[in-house]
Design a protein. Structure first.
Length: 257
C-alpha cells in the first residue's frame, strides 16, 4: 500500500470502517440470496469454487483497469464521472452468481485504490461499490432464477432502475453530506459546482435529480446493452469455467465419501 493511500485511510478511518461494514452487509445479502435460490433450484454446487475465485480475479482486474478511464458528463459537476467498470462485473455475476458479482465490485475498488489511490476521501470509491452492487445484485438474482436471455434483460432493466433510485437517494442522504464533512466544504458550495455546469441545479435535491439520476440511467443502460451484446459470445468460455467448478465439487464430494 502506498504512503498516500495509507494516510488517507488514517485520516478517514471512521468512514473506511463504515464502508467495510457496508461491504460485509452486501456480501451477506448476496450469499443468502444465492444459497436460497440454489436450494430452490436443487443446485448443490458451491457458491465459490477455486475456478470461480480465479475468474473473479480476472474480471476484477479488467474492471479495475476500466475504472481508471472516467469520462466527464456535460450535465454534472466534475466529481461525477462515468466509467464502464460494471461491464465485467455484470458479465461475471451473470456467469458465477451474486456473491461473485459483489466480490468483483469489492476487489476492483481495492485494485483501483492500490493503483491510483483516492481523490475523494473514499467517498467516490464507496459510491462506486455500493451503487454498483445495487445494479448487479437485483440483475443477477433475477437471472439466477431462470438463466435465459429474457430474464437477463429483465434483470438488467430492473437493476438499472433500482440503481437509479437508490443511487440518487444514497447520494442525497449520505454521500454528499459525508463528502462535505470530510472535505470541510459546505453543501452550498457543492451545489454551486453543479449549478456552474447545469442551470437546473440549485439544491441538493436538484443536484441528485439532474446529475446523479441521469448518470446512473446512462450507465445502467449502456452497461446492460454491451453485456447483452457480448455475453453470448463469452458464454462458452464462462460455461466451461462453471462446468470445471461443478466437476471439482463432485470430485471433492466423492473423495469425502
Amino acid at each position: 500500500m502506498n504512503n498516500g493511500l495509507w494516510t488517507s485511510v488514517k485520516d478517514n478511518v471512521v468512514f473506511v470502517l463504515v464502508s467495510v461494514g457496508i461491504a460485509a452487509a452486501l456480501m451477506l445479502i448476496a450469499y443468502a440470496a444465492e444459497k436460497a435460490i440454489k436450494k430452490r433450484n436443487h443446485d448443490t454446487e458451491r457458491v465459490l469454487s477455486t475456478r470461480k475465485i480465479a475468474m473473479i480475479g480476472v474480471f476484477s482486474a479488467i474492471a479495475a483497469v476500466l475504472m481508471l478511464f472516467e469520462f466527464p458528463l456535460p450535465f454534472a459537476p466534475s466529481f461525477y464521472e462515468l466509467d464502464f467498470s460494471e461491464i465485467p462485473a455484470l458479465v461475471g455475476t451473470f456467469a458465477f452468481g451474486p456473491v461473485a458479482g459483489v466480490m468483483i465490485e469489492f476487489v476492483k475498488i481495492l485494485l483501483k485504490l492500490l493503483m491510483k489511490g483516492t481523490s475523494t476521501a473514499f467517498v467516490g470509491d464507496l459510491a462506486n461499490f455500493v451503487v454498483g452492487c445495487s445494479f448487479i445484485l437485483p440483475a443477477s438474482i433475477i437471472y439466477l432464477f431462470k438463466k435465459t436471455r429474457k430474464t437477463a434483460l429483465i434483470g438488467s432493466v430492473t437493476g438499472t432502475l433500482i440503481m437509479t433510485v437508490f443511487g440518487t437517494a444514497f447520494n442525497a442522504i449520505y454521500l454528499l453530506p459525508a463528502f462535505s464533512k470530510l472535505y470541510g466544504l459546505p453543501l452550498d458550495a457543492i451545489v454551486q459546482m453543479g449549478n456552474a455546469v447545469n442551470g437546473n441545479i440549485n439544491s441538493i435535491v436538484t443536484l441528485v435529480v439532474f446529475a446523479v439520476a441521469p448518470m446512473n440511467l446512462l450507465k445502467g443502460g449502456s452497461v446492460s446493452l454491451v453485456t447483452m451484446l457480448i455475453y453470448k459470445k463469452l458464454s462458452p468460455i464462462l460455461k466451461s469455467a462453471a462446468i470445471s467448478g461443478k466437476t471439482e465439487h463432485v470430485k471433492q464430494v466423492e473423495t469425502v465419501k
